[in-house]
Design a protein around this ligand. Structure first.
Ligand SMILES: *[C@@H]1O[C@H](CO)[C@@H](O)[C@H](O)[C@H]1NC(C)=O
Ligand SMILES: *[C@@H]1O[C@H](CO)[C@@H](O)[C@H](O)[C@H]1NC(C)=O
Ligand SMILES: *[C@@H]1O[C@H](CO)[C@@H](O)[C@H](O)[C@H]1NC(C)=O
Length: 183
């Protein structure tokens, strides 16, 4: 009897250790997330009738002006994204998607855009930005809900700030600071 007792205890202790190690490794895997911070500049031209416009209203409530402050207006966008505020600085990618003025009072805009990277480091990868933006506040925070390529399983947030606005050409440079965790 006594001879059998010890090996059984050892066996169950071993099993406990195996399970504990498996749980530890599973938890450690969570901590393998990388964090990437980027500061990018969206070149946004909202002169809707201009040949080089990068944001255009495509739908809205009949009989109302299709403007950023009119509830129900849908804009499609394809801003080019640059490394610095200078529009002639190297292109990092494009911000492709749409904005919908989703607040009845015209203050909030629902942002649904993909950052499609074209630069050397992240080419072929995308990040998905989605959420309501308080479009007239100095700093607008929107969530990052996913990604592809180098940004698989991404989540995080971005802040948008209007860096400059050239009235005659409706050319806004919008700084987008992002913090994303991903594998
Ligand atoms: C990214 O930015 C956040 C917010 O400023 C900061 O807390 C974090 O340490 C930065 N991460 C890296 C990897 O630089
Ligand atoms: C867009 O076109 C307008 C009118 O041709 C021009 O003045 C402006 O510089 C252009 N903007 C950019 C960023 O190319
Ligand atoms: C965005 O990042 C720049 C540095 O790249 C910093 O000067 C600026 O304050 C940041 N903006 C916000 C809203 O955190």
């Amino acid at each position: 009897m006594a001879q059998n007792f010890l090996p059984k205890r050892v066996t169950s202790l071993f099993l406990v250790l195996v399970v504990a190690t498996a749980i530890y490794l599973a938890k450690a895997a969570d901590h393998n997330l990388k964090e990437t911070n980027l500061s990018l500049y969206f070149q946004d031209i909202s002169a809707f009738s201009a040949a080089n416009a990068t944001v255009i209203p495509v739908a809205g409530i009949a009989g109302k002006a299709w403007t950023f402050t009119q509830f129900g207006t849908v804009f499609v966008t394809d801003d080019f994204i640059t490394e610095s505020a200078d529009p002639n600085s190297p292109e990092v990618g494009r911000a492709q998607g749409m904005y919908v003025t989703a607040g009845l009072d015209g203050l909030n805009s629902l942002v649904m855009i993909s950052i499609v990277f074209t630069n050397k480091e992240y080419s072929g990868s995308t990040l998905e930005i989605q959420g309501v933006s308080k479009q007239f506040e100095a700093v607008r925070e929107v969530s990052v809900v996913g990604g592809t390529g180098k940004f698989r399983f991404a989540r995080g947030y971005v802040t948008f700030e209007t860096y400059s606005f050239h009235v005659p050409t409706h050319h806004a440079v919008i700084r987008c600071n992002m913090t994303v965790q991903h594998y």
